[in-house]
Design a protein around this ligand. Structure first.
Ligand code: NAD
Length: 529
């Protein structure tokens, strides 16, 4: 049996940070160090304001990173309650009155790699923007860089685990790089794709549907897989840990994402038919979803899927299929992406036609920028495409408000829309607001583009003037709907009148609501780490 005492996780992002934290929480005797080249991100992980927002994440990180003393019983109980539920033994140390810190964050990549028994590679794998396969193939630069560091610094026998989503056969590429730098030295390579969803990452990690571990069919491969399985078995029932082949493991992640996205595009295609016929897509989704063979998840018609994974993973799958000489397979999955684009396009055009086919002189409020609720991730939001189409009509203003996405992140994403005119000047057509009320004031239409509860649960306030267009008649855009808010000029925003709108500001329990973005002038963050 291979003993694992020190795990190094390369990449402190949406996957690396939460995964390492949950692994550390449940394996108090294992030292887990997350390394990243991005010093700002590492400092944020060390400080009070974590760089990513996930319900429950802060409690888990604090417990594993800072340890616990008697007085922190409350926080420990909170994390441990979710942690041990359903697990066979409380191996997370929650039964003890205190625990030592075993989760660390560092920029010392080489040193940490050199001390590790197992290395999780959780670096970004975006779509290639240039060159061969641009727009579809996976950009493997970060994976290559991380594997090169491992090849140079790791001790012989260190287990390397692919956690990043990678094309099928990446294991071979990794072995080739390792062999080129350290000929003749054995480094077992495993694939352990991550299936967490942003917004529910801690819940998904605490109680995964399955943990897939792919290995080569060799004795070192099986031993390495058993060592990783033992770490997971601290909190995941063995029956949910699935050992499979390396190539199957790599491909099953792409297949899972493609199939989930395909359900979204399928129901959205039906929503377009509903609009023409008068059928109700939510009634259809409900009755179709009640079929036990189909199930109800991912059948909500709306603006389509967003986020950093679905689009890029399907693009990667189509590229893989094409490279394997399977153009029909590539075309099949490509259609899932086309339907997704069609839906955004359709929604934006519906807004324009509802406003008499012109946006000149008009203000459009956008509530919610994140691709889904409970995350501050601004990457690949459907809102970007909607805004792009609206801007073609020269509106007076597109005012955006999101409770968690930082203004800097939204601005970075919108930069791709800038041509010769800067969009985000103080007097430019795009404004990022610090409250929903500011965004909605004097607007001609309010589009709710993220299904945040604070928007969903809002009700018109007495005396508020209805905005000009009600987009909730658009069947295909369940989360994209109209919201009537009091206009600032008529009635100043007094949050106590609309209690649910305040949830994010007033709620202190990070099990329910993630912490808001760290303010730019936060002295704690500047001094920590
Ligand atoms: P991310 O961009 O948030 O984080 C990646 C981090 O890796 C960055 O902080 C970057 O600085 C760091 N990095 C890159 N190269 C490095 C190197 N050589 N050394 C040290 N640090 C390095 O990405 P993410 O969202 O966490 O995704 C990581 C992987 O997990 C991707 O392959 C993604 O497809 C997959 N995935 C993501 C999600 C999700 O919801 N975000 C879910 C499942 C799987």
């Amino acid at each position: 049996n291979v003993s694992i005492w020190h795990v190094c996780c390369i990449g402190a992002g949406y996957v690396g940070g939460p995964t390492a934290a949950v692994m550390a929480l449940h394996n108090p005797n294992v030292r887990v160090t997350v390394v990243d080249r991005d010093e700002t991100r590492i400092n944020a992980w060390k400080g009070r304001h974590l760089p990513i927002h996930e319900p429950g994440l802060a409690s888990v990180v604090r417990l594993a990173r800072d340890g616990s003393k008697e007085r922190r019983q409350g926080a420990r109980g909170q994390a441990a309650a979710g942690a041990t539920k359903g697990s066979q033994t409380p191996t997370d140390g929650s039964s003890h009155s205190s625990r030592q810190p075993n989760l660390f964050f560092s920029t010392a990549c080489a040193e940490t790699i050199a001390n590790a028994d197992m290395i999780l590679v959780s670096v970004n794998t975006p779509t290639k923007l240039r060159g061969v396969g641009a727009g579809r193939a996976t950009d493997m630069t970060a994976v290559e860089g991380a594997v090169r560091d491992v090849a140079i610094h790791a001790r012989p026998g260190t287990i390397l685990v692919e956690k990043s989503t990678v094309p099928c056969k990446t294991g071979q590429l990794i072995k080739d790089i390792l062999e080129a730098y350290r000929p003749g030295i054995s480094f077992p390579v495993l694939s352990n794709p991550e299936f967490l969803s942003e917004g529910t990452a801690i819940r998904d990690l605490m109680k995964p549907d399955r943990v897939v571990i792919g290995c080569e069919s060799t004795i070192p491969g099986h031993r390495a897989a058993a060592a990783l399985a033992n770490l997971y078995a601290s909190w995941v029932p063995r029956s949910k840990i699935a050992p499979i082949g390396l190539w199957s493991s790599e491909l099953c992640k792409l297949a899972a994402n493609a199939m989930l996205a395909q359900r979204v595009s399928s129901i959205n295609s039906i929503s377009a038919i509903c609009e023409r016929t008068g059928a109700d897509v939510s009634e259809i989704a409900k009755s179709v979803g009640m079929d036990a063979r189909i199930g109800s998840q991912f059948l909500k018609a709306g603006l389509g899927f967003g986020g950093s994974c679905f689009r890029k993973d399907i693009a990667s799958l189509t590229y893989l299929a094409e490279s394997l000489g399977l153009p029909e397979v590539a075309a099949y999955w490509q259609q899932v992406l086309e339907m997704n684009n069609f839906q955004r396009d359709r929604f934006a055009r519906h807004v324009i036609s509802s406003l008499n086919n012109t946006l000149r002189g008009k203000k459009i409020a956008i509530l919610g920028y994140a691709f889904k609720k409970n995350t501050g991730d601004a990457r690949e939001s459907p809102a970007l495409d909607v805004i792009r189409i609206l801007l073609e009509e020269n509106p007076r203003c597109v005012a955006i408000y999101d409770p968690l996405c930082s203004a800097a992140d939204i601005q970075r994403e919108l930069r791709v829309l800038e041509d010769d005119r800067p969009l985000m000047r103080p007097d430019g057509p795009v404004q990022i607001m610090s409250s929903a009320y500011e965004a909605c004031a004097d607007s001609n239409a309010v589009l709710v583009l993220t299904d945040w509860d604070m928007f969903k649960n809002s009700r018109p306030v007495a005396g508020s003037k209805p905005v000009e267009v009600a987009v909730d008649q658009f069947d295909g855009a369940a989360p994209a709907s109209i919201l009537r808010l009091p206009l600032r000029s008529e009635k100043p925003p007094t949050p106590p009148e609309t209690p649910k709108m305040q949830t994010l500001e007033s709620e202190q329990d990070d099990r329910l609501v993630p912490e808001p973005p760290c303010p730019a002038d936060c002295t704690e963050c500047q001094t920590s780490g």
